[in-house]
Design a protein around this ligand. Structure first.
Ligand SMILES: C[S@@+](CC[C@H](N)C(=O)[O-])C[C@H]1O[C@@H](n2cnc3c(N)ncnc32)[C@H](O)[C@@H]1O
Length: 215
């Protein structure tokens, strides 16, 4: 079968009831109107093909999972798998993470994963990094007090930048693994490997992990 064109995929995305794009209708209503339960909501930011969203959804049926990314192609792949596997407690948002506060009420979210987000290596682009001071206040607003944020990255720049940023921002680092695999910690991170993570591991790059809370 010929693979689908971008246009076909985008048409399917628009019709998929588990995908929300440019339409924050569920702000403050995710529990009541979408998940129809009161279980914790976990976000995966920069989710790409949604490996953590899908992987954790299978491991933790008692939680709700929402993947967020701006790339329609990748969200299409993720949503297709969620549909095929009948995962009822999963949704995807195709949007700029900068606009997350439009989609979630204060303290509506329990936990955030940031998986292999772009490191934006040029100094002038540091504000675009998902752990910059542009984004941390957004996470603080939508997270429950004490909600955990997990960062998994191959980037030395993003890892060091995040620690420097947190040193200046009211926060505490809960866990810091400078080499997830040498320290044998990936099982603790649910044993999941993302699409980009697998490529980085092939290239023998070191995977780093930070878990932190904002105050
Ligand atoms: C390197 S990919 C990682 C994808 C996936 N997490 C993985 O590990 O395979 C980074 C993703 O972050 C998304 N991204 C980066 N900045 C974003 C932003 N401000 N808003 C939405 N998505 C963003 C990109 O679209 C891209 O899909």
């Amino acid at each position: 079968m010929a693979s689908k064109s971008k246009l076909q995929k985008f048409a399917e995305l628009a019709d998929n009831p588990i995908v929300f794009q440019k339409n924050p209708i569920l702000k403050g209503k995710w529990h009541a109107d979408y998940f129809k339960n009161n279980n914790p909501i976990v976000l995966e930011l920069a989710c790409g093909k949604g490996d953590y969203t899908l992987g954790m959804a299978k491991l933790f049926p008692e939680k709700n999972f929402i993947g967020v990314d701006i790339k329609g192609n990748r969200i299409w792949s993720a949503a297709r798998i969620a549909n095929l596997e009948g995962l009822q407690h999963v949704a995807f948002i195709r949007e700029q993470i900068d606009l997350l506060y439009n989609y979630f009420e204060e303290a509506e979210v329990d936990e955030i994963w940031i998986t292999f987000s772009d490191p934006f290596l040029r100094d002038g682009d540091a504000k675009k990094r998902l752990t910059s001071t542009k984004f941390l206040p957004i996470y603080k607003q939508i997270l429950k007090p004490g909600g955990l944020i997990h960062l998994k990255t191959d980037s030395d720049v993003l890892y060091a930048f995040t620690k420097e940023t947190l040193a200046e921002f009211p926060s505490s680092i809960v866990k810091d693994y400078s080499d997830v695999y040498a320290m044998q910690k990936n099982d603790e991170l649910h044993g999941i490997q993302t699409y980009y993570e697998k490529m980085h591991l092939k290239d023998k790059r070191t995977i780093k992990y930070l878990c932190f809370q904002l105050q």
